[in-house]
Design a protein around this ligand. Structure first.
Ligand code: CMP
Length: 136
């Protein structure tokens, strides 16, 4: 079933020049891009995006980090794109992420784990609307 998911290349990924690497992996897997935008996220957008993490110990520094420098937001489309991108990304903690995954190959720190991908159809719909309100 074709789906859409919201993928972010976080500030660490943009700063390290990994946007092409991430998009390359997404495209080689067989997915297509339905939308793409480079921007410094404002606080409101980040707070809406990470609303389920409010109150967690890492939340204040996560918001600080995500508003500190440009990120790339994109909508990725294809067969079971939500679950499939999370497999490509690997575990949230890069030390536990399998080699061959984006985080397993390229990251060492949980907060600076290069990418975000929606975790469910409900999250994907909410997150896509937050970043691309005009997308049909
Ligand atoms: P992401 O998949 O975007 O979802 C929430 C983000 O919070 C996560 O990636 C990490 O960047 C960050 N995060 C989650 N758990 C922790 C943690 N224990 N310590 C620091 N950052 C975390």
């Amino acid at each position: 079933m074709s789906e859409r998911t919201l993928v972010l290349v976080k500030p660490d990924g943009v700063r390290r020049g990994l946007v092409g690497e991430v998009i390359g992996r997404i495209e080689r897997k067989g997915f297509t891009l339905a939308a793409l935008d480079l921007r410094v996220m404002d606080r409101e957008t980040v707070e809406r995006h990470y609303e389920e993490h409010v109150g967690k110990p890492f939340y204040p520094s996560l918001v600080e980090f995500m508003t500190s420098a440009p990120s790339v937001a994109m909508v990725v489309e294809g067969e079971r794109a939500i679950e499939s991108f999370r497999t490509l990304a690997g575990a949230t903690d890069p030390i536990k992420a399998a080699p061959g995954t984006i985080r397993g190959d390229l990251a060492t720190v949980t907060q600076q784990n290069i990418v975000h991908g929606s975790d469910s159809p409900e999250s994907a719909a909410r997150e896509i609307k937050n970043f691309f309100p005009g997308l049909a």
